[in-house]
Each structure stands twice: as C-alpha cells, then as structure tokens.
Design a protein around this ligand. Structure first.
Ligand code: SAM
Length: 350
C-alpha cells in the first residue's frame, strides 16, 4: 500500500498532541505565562545585611498571627499550580528561621503540578536542616554570600562566615544541587573580591551569580554602593576568568551567563538596574503577610490573606491571583521615588 507521507505523519503524532488542551494557565497582558511563584515564608532573619533591611530600631518582624499559616500557603500553591505555576522558591527573611519549615517543604512538594522546589537561604542554619529538607522534597538551594572575608562578613551581616561555609557543605552532602551562590555587587565593599568569589565557586563546584544592588526604601546608600555589571566585566581579573564572547540566557532566568575560561561551568549576572529582563518574567511574589506582588519594583499588591480569612472560595482566590497577573506591568523599573519601594527586601524576599 502507498501511504502519503503527510497522512502517515498525522497518524504517527501522539494522541495528546492533536487534541487541544483545556488549560486554565494564567498569562499577563503581554503574553507572559506565569510559571514561578516565590514565597517569602517569614520576614524575620537571623542576619542583618545592611543593604536588605532597615535598621534594627525600625524593623520588627511580623507576629505569627500575621504570617500565612502552612494551610494557607499550601492552598495558594495548589490554586497557583492549577493556573500553570510549576516552580516554587521559598525565601524570606530567612526561610530556615520559620518554625516547621521542613513540614512546609514536604507539603508543597506533594502538590500536584509542582516540579521544581527550591529555597533561597543565607545557609547559616543549613548545617542543621539540609538532610531533612532534601528528604522532605526540597531539590536545590541558592545561597547568599557576598564576601569570603570573615571580618567583613560579620560587619556586613552580623553573622559568622563559618556557619555559611558549613551550610554550603551540608547542602552539597545532602544533594541540594546544583547550588547557586548569589553575591550582591557592593562598591567599596566586595568588588575587590569578585575574582576570589569566582575561584571559590570553581573550587566548590557552585554556580556564582553577581547581582546589582537595588535601591530599597531603607538600607545601604545606593548612590554610593551601586556597581554595574558592565564595570565588573571591564576588570582584567574578570576578563581573565570568563569568556566575554559567549553570552547565554537560560529560559526565563533573570541572569545572563558567561562561561568560565579555565574550568567547567559559568558565571551569572543579574542586572535589575542596568539591563532588566522583564520580557522573560514568569513570576509572582507571595509575601509572608499574604500579599501577592506581581512585580518586584512595583507596589501594587493583592491581599490573599484577608480574602482567605474572610471565607473566599478557591474560585475567588483564583480570580484574585489572575487580577494580580493582569496588573503586571510590561517593565518593572526602580524610579528612585517612594513608588515601588514601600517594602524592604527583607519582606519581599528578593
Ligand atoms: N535570607 C535569604 C537569603 O539570604 O538568600 C532569602 C532572602 S534575601 C532577601 C534574598 C536575596 O535578596 C539575597 O540574595 C540578598 O542578597 C538579595 N538582596 C537583598 N537586598 C538586596 C538589594 N537591595 N539589592 C539586591 N539584592 C538584594
């Protein structure tokens, strides 16, 4: 028998590819599908990084009753997953200071549709929790580390560098990999260490990403400490380490990457100030008080906690999430006015 090649192909296509999917996926007004939900589980932190939070006198972590409960977080994750969210990142404050965090990880890991579960942490408590987190279903961690100088670390964060290094090793042993290291570029503070941070990432087999400092309401003097990625890339010790000719962007990642010259791997650069990547943004941010923030540098938020506590149905919560998605601006931009800066990074979660 003589089968026409096109006819043959049509029958060879798997069944699910020819039947249109009925999907509830949430997309914004610019066609960006929302696939990624960052959840700040607490606004308290055991460090006090100068660029992240107001002074100790001005900052008071929320009382427990104002935090979303685990039931409420799980419910939002379940509804978000039904709208196409597949990736969850737990952040804070410091997520590991939230009591019961391992249980929360286990609950989120079981939500149908969630295929990527990660955490951003300062790693100081990872030595205690890494193994249990892995067993509960956490897949990987991003670790913040801006300096390898123990005294500088302690001045900048109030913490102990040793705890972080121990946490990194615990994450490696537990298999919370690939591990990313996030370093905020701070003029006059850690630029001199940029090459050493790259070398450390190579030795420890971590993926290092440099982040431009964002101007928050309080915290460090942005004018004084902001250091653009372009300036970093002009430094001879960086040019010597990364191949400038091979920029790469991976999916919807906020980072662009350059390969290392003398080792396997790459270095990432996140440029919220000098080279935003809003066109690839697929994320929403849920804060510990239940406000959903569609864009990092914009203050329009939707209050899911009040809705849940006043008895809203799942369909009503879904509508609120869709409203937040619809309010996502095409471009998120720090304007150096108060607008967009009503919250500190410690409560947004990065
Ligand atoms: N405590 C966790 C941690 O250390 O990763 C999670 C929360 S922290 C707010 C998340 C990330 O935001 C960290 O990598 C931190 O360095 C970054 N961050 C905080 N303030 C920032 C700012 N003003 N500009 C750029 N990044 C900032």
């Amino acid at each position: 028998m003589n089968i026409h090649p096109l006819k043959f192909q049509r029958h060879a296509v798997p069944f699910r590819a020819v039947v249109p999917l009925i999907t509830k996926e949430a997309a914004d007004n610019f066609g960006r599908k929302i696939a990624y939900l960052r959840i700040s589980v607490v606004d308290a932190c055991n460090l006090r990084c100068d660029y992240c939070r107001p002074s100790a006198d001005d900052f008071h972590a929320s009382p427990r009753a104002r935090l979303l409960s685990f039931d409420e977080i799980e419910r939002i994750v379940r509804i978000a997953a039904s709208l196409g969210v597949e990736k969850i990142r737990l952040t804070g404050g410091e997520p590991l200071v939230r009591k019961g965090i391992v249980e929360l990880v286990a609950r989120i890991a079981k939500v149908p549709g969630i295929r990527d579960l990660a955490m951003s942490t300062n790693a100081t408590l990872l030595g205690l929790h890494a193994q249990a987190l892995r067993e509960a279903g956490l897949q990987r961690v991003n670790i913040s580390l801006d300096t390898l100088d123990a005294q500088k670390f302690s001045r900048l964060t109030g913490g102990n560098l040793h705890d972080v290094l121990r946490g990194i090793h615990a994450a490696q042993d537990a298999g919370l990999t690939p591990i990313r290291l996030n370093a905020v570029l701070l003029r006059g503070i850690n630029i001199i260490e940029a090459a050493a941070l790259i070398d450390f990432s190579i030795r420890e087999q971590l993926e290092l990403r440099f982040i431009e400092l964002m101007p928050m309401r309080e915290g460090m003097d942005w004018d004084k400490h902001y250091f653009p990625v372009a300036e970093l890339l002009a430094q001879p010790e960086i040019i010597e380490r990364v191949d400038m000719s091979a920029w790469e962007r991976l999916g919807s990642s906020a980072a662009r990457y350059l390969p290392l010259r003398h080792a396997q791997g790459r270095v990432g650069f996140i440029e919220p100030m000098s080279n935003r990547f809003c066109e690839g943004c697929d994320r929403l941010r849920l804060m510990s008080d239940g406000k959903l923030r569609p864009c990092l540098p914009a203050d329009n938020e939707v209050d899911l906690r009040s809705a849940m506590r006043s008895g809203s149905s799942d369909t009503e919560i879904e509508t609120l999430i869709r409203n937040a998605v619809a309010s996502k601006g095409e471009i998120g931009q720090y304007r150096f006015e108060m607008e967009g800066r009503q919250r500190s990074m410690i409560s947004i979660g990065g």
